[in-house]
Design a protein around this ligand. Structure first.
Ligand code: NAD
Ligand code: ZN
Length: 368
């Protein structure tokens, strides 16, 4: 089948919008017609050549929603017409990780996923007879994509696909992390008010945090962040800004939970330092450059501070996404205001420019 798609032939080159061939779904796979796909900073890391699991040429995109159009042999839980969100973190429901309530990770197909191919070791996409790789196992910047059944969350049909695509990454990552880490009455700090940070803020409000401090290097996202529940803002870009001290002052000694949503290692350290030394938790969400390391003095954790990461908000994709989508359908989460730009596929490079300059919160590519 022919499909318009954005191809990243090599890093640091604009995406090319071409018609690729998409092979039918193999065993245990389904073909999905993507209706809309949000652009996330992790896609940008693939475009910039700083993503460890990118094999070029590739089709980026991991924040999409669409309809199943065809299922391969052995698919039992999906049928054409089902509405789905592709998951970069699958849920096979059988492995040790899936059976544990301690994690939302499932590494059943990670080895092939990280090489840009389906579990049988081949790609479903090709262009000019050469294979084109999948990215994060999802490649939602193609009108048609093929995804293993274990990496597709079936969702309610009344949820608007051009909005709930954001649950494919940003909203789930931010809201999920906030709901699992924050207790009622907490004082929290959020570093980076992009697509992830802004959703940590609305999740923090839902979780009952009373002080929600946002940190960014631009004032641009202030209005939205305040509307989502931010109570205080610190501009880290101002000369002489003492971010950590300012957070300690605002929280009488340190945040209960600090979320890092930038992928910048020194900011991760700030998130760690601003937490209460006896019980504060630093939650690292950002994706650092390959090979980067972070240092901290052992005394920083000795009295009880915790440092941890969170992937996809700690949400198990197939069994957990429905609850969050219900929150949106019940009016408890906002998606509309964070979609600052809607674009057609041939404007995809502009979408990433808007992200680089910090103008957008989320841009969503509409396929129909
Ligand atoms: P984004 O580009 O939309 O937002 C990043 C924000 O950080 C921007 O508003 C920027 O102005 C701000 N910023 C830059 N430098 C800063 C500084 N020194 N202090 C404070 N703020 C600063 O990115 P996004 O889509 O929100 O993604 C954020 C990070 O989360 C990325 O690293 C992305 O790869 C990662 N991510 C992780 C997961 C996960 O599951 N853990 C999922 C999606 C994205
Ligand atoms: Zn993402």
């Amino acid at each position: 089948m022919g499909s318009p798609a954005a191809i990243c032939f090599e890093p640091n080159r604009p995406l090319a919008v071409e018609t690729v061939r998409v092979a039918p779904p193999g065993h245990g796979e389904a073909m999905v017609e993507i209706v809309a796909s949000g652009l996330c900073h992790t896609d940008l890391t693939a475009l910039d050549g700083v993503n460890a699991t990118s094999v070029y040429p590739l089709i980026p995109g991991h924040e999409g929603a669409g309809r199943v159009v065809e299922v391969g042999e052995g698919v039992i839980g999906l049928a054409p017409g089902d509405h789905v969100i592709p998951l970069y973190g699958p849920e096979c429901m059988h492995c040790r990780m899936c059976r544990s309530s301690r994690t939302n990770l499932c590494w059943t197909i990670k080895p092939t996923r990280d090489k840009g191919v389906m579990p049988d070791g081949t790609a479903r996409f090709s262009w000019d007879t050469a294979p084109v790789h999948h990215f994060m196992g999802t490649s939602t910047l193609s009108r048609y994509t093929v995804v293993p059944e274990i990496a597709l969350a079936k969702i309610r049909k009344d949820a608007p696909l051009d909005k709930v695509c954001l649950f494919g990454c940003g909203v789930t990552t931010g809201v999920g992390a906030a709901l699992s880490e924050i207790r009622e009455g907490d004082a929290v700090a959020v570093f980076g008010l992009g697509g992830i940070g802004i959703n940590v803020i609305q999740g923090a409000r839902l979780a009952g945090a009373t002080t929600i401090i946002g940190v960014d290097i631009t004032d641009r996202k202030n209005e939205l962040a305040r509307a989502y529940g931010m109570t205080d803002f610190i501009n880290a870009g101002r000369e002489g800004a003492k971010v950590v001290q300012a957070i300690r002052d605002l929280t009488a000694g340190g945040a209960d939970v600090a979320f890092e949503c930038t992928g910048i290692v020194p900011v991760m350290r700030q998130a760690f330092d601003c937490c209460h030394p006896a019980w504060g938790t630093a939650v690292l969400l950002g994706v650092e450059p390959p090979g980067a390391e972070m240092g901290f003095p052992p005394v920083g954790v000795r009295y009880g501070r915790t440092i941890r990461g969170s992937y996809f908000g700690g949400v198990k994709g197939r069994s957990g996404l429905g609850r969050l989508i219900d929150f949106y359908m019940d009016g408890e989460l906002d998606l509309d205001r964070q979609i600052t730009h809607t674009l057609a596929l041939d404007q995809v490079n502009r979408g990433f420019d808007l992200m680089r300059t910090g103008e957008s919160v989320r841009s969503v590519i509409h396929f129909e």
